[in-house]
Every structure is written in C-alpha cells, then in structure tokens.
Design a protein. Structure first.
Length: 418
RNA sequence: GGAGGGCUCGCCUAGUGGCCGAUGGCGGCGGUCUUGAAAACCGCUAUGGCGCGGAAGCGUCAUCGUGGGUUCGAAUCCCACGCCCUCCGCCA
C-alpha cells in the first residue's frame, strides 16, 4: 500500500507512475476520493461518539427524573452512533479496496511493459558450442534428471533429481548458504506452509493468487518463495534497525501452480511446480533501501561468478514490476540450447509498500515508529541454476565441467555420463 | 481425534459493568548521589486515526486475541471464531 500522505501531497507523482506502468491513473483519483470520504465519515462518527460518551457519563450521577430523560437521550444517540459507525466501516472498506488497487510508486524504473527493460550489463563469455544439447538431454545422460517419472508420479512439471543431480542441488545450496553467512546474512530455514495473513500481507493473493497452492482442509498456503515467510516473520512488530539492516538468507521449497503458462517451457526443469531456493531478504530504512538493493544485486552477481555462467543484468520496466516493487533487477543466464537469456535471479526493492500492509516498523531518529523497507533477491534457485550449469559447461563428449567454486561442495571436477 | 486451561501496555501481573488507556513489579531510558560503578531514591516509559498548528504540541476518537451482541455505558456479561498451552490417544 502506498503512503496516503505522499498521495495527498503529490498526486501527480502517483498518476505519472501509473502511466509509466501502463496502469490506470484514474485509480489514483478514486483513491483520493475514498480517502476524503473516509475522513469525513470518521469526523462525523467521532463527534457522535463524543456526545454519547458525555451523556453516558452524566447518567452516572443523575437522580431519577433527570436520569430517565438522559437515558432516553443516550438511547437515541446510541442508535445514531451505530449508524455513523456503519458508514465509517463502509468508507474504510472502500478506502482499503482503492488503496490495494494502486501499486507502488516507481519513478526510477524504465517506463513501459515487459519488452521495455534496459540491459545494464552483460558479463562473461558465451560458450562456443557446435551442437549444444539442452539441459534435459545432458541431465538424462548423466542420470541426473528424470522428468518422465516425475510426470508419472506427480504430473507435468514435476521431476526427480537423482545421483549427481541430487548432489548438485545440495552443493549449490551449500555454496549459496556459505556465501550468505560470509557476507553476514542470517541463514534461515522457514515454513513452506503459511497462513492467509502471511500470504495476503506479502501481496501474493492479489494478481498472483492463481499461482498459489492452497490447502483447503487446513486453510494454509504453500509458499511460492521464502520471501513470504521471511517478510511475514516480523509482521505486526517494531524491529530494531538502529545498528544494521535485518538480513536473512531463507532456504525453502517453493511451490507454483504455473497457471496460465500452459505450453510454455514444457521441456525439462526450467518451469516446474516445485523447486528449492535460497532467498535473500532485507529490512532497512526506506532511505537505505536503494543502496541495499544494489548490495543484493552485487551478491547475486557474486554467486553467478562462482557458477562461471555468462549472464546479463536487466532493469525491469515499470509495467513488469509487480505491485510491491519500485524497481527490479533480473539476472539472466545464457541458455545455449535456445540461444536466449533465462531469468535466474530477481532482486526487488519494495520500499515501505509491503511493510505497510504487514505492519512492520522501526524506530525513526525521533523515536517514532516508521514503516521499514523490504527487499528480496534470489541467491540460488535450484532448478534453473542446474539448467544453466549443465548447458554452459557441457563438453562435446557429454560430460559437464564443474566450476571451481562448486568443486569442494560436490567433490568432483567433472560430471561423467553413467 | 478426545478432554481441559488460557489470551490485558517489551516481559510478568492487578483489574468482574461507570474518569480504566487501564494497577503493581521487572526490564529500558533520564536524573540525584559517587573518583567510577553498584545500591538507594526521583522522574519518564503503547499504538493508530481524525482535527488544529510551521513545529514542539494541544484536542478528540479508537484499541485489553478477532468479530458480533446485550447495555445509556463493556477489559469486565453473552455468542461465534482464531491462536497458544496442558493431558490422553495416534503417528513420526
């Protein structure tokens, strides 16, 4: 949710942001009107409540004849208060709805839609492969990836990682966690099932709702990223940011329904219903958040360097940001088999948008609570990291070279077809 | 799955229909004393909305798990829900 004070002070800024995102600027005016109506309703209800309270207090000391008259009066007021409170509740509900409809203000992101990203840099050299195999072909030869039986047991977009495939994932997790600890993130293993409040508070029940698995019998949701559990960890809290940002590296399985992506990336493990991920998450002040965002990106690139995979960094356009983010950088690895880039990581700065909904605050310099900024960034997404590794490090003989940084965690320098 | 107990301001706790936003202790912050520290003593120590104000602030409303209800008036009475805990059973 955006800051209503900012909205009142500078509605044109918000309207401009809406246009840059390709969203409707009229939503801004609807929000302004709802805000106005809510405040008017509160003023009316407050006045009536005050009057009723005063009358009630008079009754306490009053003698019978006067007392009866006062009670009559109070009864009438009570009915009016009830009415005014219903109006207030309706106005508040309307405001909330209008409030949720307006995404975060993103003045720094490139304007436009999905295709309007800006490439910030390209790093590394694309491998020179005469006839590159795709990751599934390589993975099957290594007996590392088995999607056929994944489908037999669980359906499309499920898979088995076996042998070096399984070991590869564990090595990647360990490499990522080691880096996380080294730079000072708090390693965390988090719930993969969360309550509605956590899902809602992080904003995933809005546009993302069809993407989310829900367990009907228990009214719990399967997280699509540990961002949910990490962000919600401090919901309704005032946290201490006076010394340093609060930073986590959360490891969890991620579940995604992939509704609406039928026919897309159907081969292999590029787009799956379940994978494991190490996610970085920071709580900072809004002022610090822009710098923190670059820090998360730098840590992502550091990890990509260890994978020795060519990649590029893009500045995602406003229209493709998601409601919470003011800016998002994606790291995309080169995919030799398809001759295109594949999103491996994503770092978003949500400023105080998400924290306002989750009610997460910190003490400002004056001691008063202010909403914090939240940021999230992928450190290591298992399946796509494996895809990038297998394809970029494949050798003509079907073996796969293991990047140096990963060797100690995997215990070998090359993966040989079985 | 069955049976109980509980949910009050960071923590513990008082409060069972009327100045209760709420008692007391601990912790925290500030001060007095001290060469310094401890002890002792004194003071301060929730949050949000709305209005006024440049601001400090002032006024007002709301909040005692959540939502309803009873009542002129609810932390206190009633109902529903949520959550936590304990015991039994079952499973890991």
């Amino acid at each position: 949710m955006i800051d209503l004070r900012l909205l009142r002070a500078d509605p044109d800024l918000v309207r401009g942001s809406q246009r840059a995102r390709g969203s409707d600027p009229a939503l801004v005016d609807a929000l302004l009107a709802a805000d106005e109506q809510r405040r008017a309703a509160i003023t009316r209800a407050d006045a009536l409540r005050a009057e009723q309270k005063a009358t009630s207090n008079e009754i306490r000391g009053a003698e019978p004849p006067e007392r009866i008259a006062l009670m009559e009066q109070a009864r009438a007021l009570s009915a009016k208060v009830k009415e005014a409170e219903a109006e207030q509740a309706a106005a508040e509900a309307a405001l909330r709805e209008a409030h949720l409809a307006v995404p975060n203000v993103a003045p720094d992101a490139p304007p436009g839609g999905e295709e309007d990203y800006v490439v910030l840099r390209e790093v590394g050299v694309k491998p020179d492969l005469a006839k590159p195999l795709d990751h599934l072909e390589i993975g099957e030869r290594l007996k590392a990836i088995d999607t056929d039986r994944g489908a037999k047991v669980s359906g499309a977009r499920f898979y088995y990682l076996t042998g070096v495939g399984a070991l590869l994932e564990l090595a990647l997790v360990n490499l990522a966690m080691a880096q996380a600890v080294e730079v000072g993130l708090t390693p965390a293993i988090v719930p993969a099932l969360v309550r509605k409040e956590a899902m809602e508070g992080t904003g995933f029940l809005g546009a993302h709702a069809p993407e989310i698995y829900r367990l009907e019998a228990d009214d719990l949701y399967l997280v699509g990223t540990s961002e949910v559990a990490l962000a919600a960890r401090h919901m309704n809290e005032i946290i201490d940011l006076s010394q340093a940002p609060v930073r986590y590296a959360g490891y969890s399985t991620c579940f995604r329904r992939e509704a609406g992506s039928y026919g897309k990336d159907t081969r292999g493990i590029i787009r799956v219903h379940q994978f494991d991920k190490v996610e970085m998450f920071s709580f900072t002040t809004v002022e610090e958040s822009y710098e923190e965002h670059l820090r998360l990106l730098a840590w992502e690139e550091e990890f990509l360097g260890k994978l020795e995979v060519p990649y590029r960094v893009i500045d995602v356009a406003a229209g493709d940001l998601g409601a919470s983010a003011v800016r998002k950088f994606d790291c995309e690895a080169w995919l030799p088999s398809q001759g295109r880039w594949l999103e491996l990581m994503s770092a978003s700065n949500c400023t105080d948008f998400q924290a306002r909904r989750l009610n997460i605050r910190a003490r400002g310099t004056d001691g008063k609570p202010v909403h914090v900024a939240t940021l999230n960034g992928t450190l290591m997404a298992s399946t796509r990291s494996i895809v990038a590794l297998l394809e970029n490090h494949q050798e003509p003989d079907g073996s796969v070279r293991v990047p140096k940084a990963l060797q100690p965690y995997l215990g070998r320098e090359v993966l040989q077809p079985a």
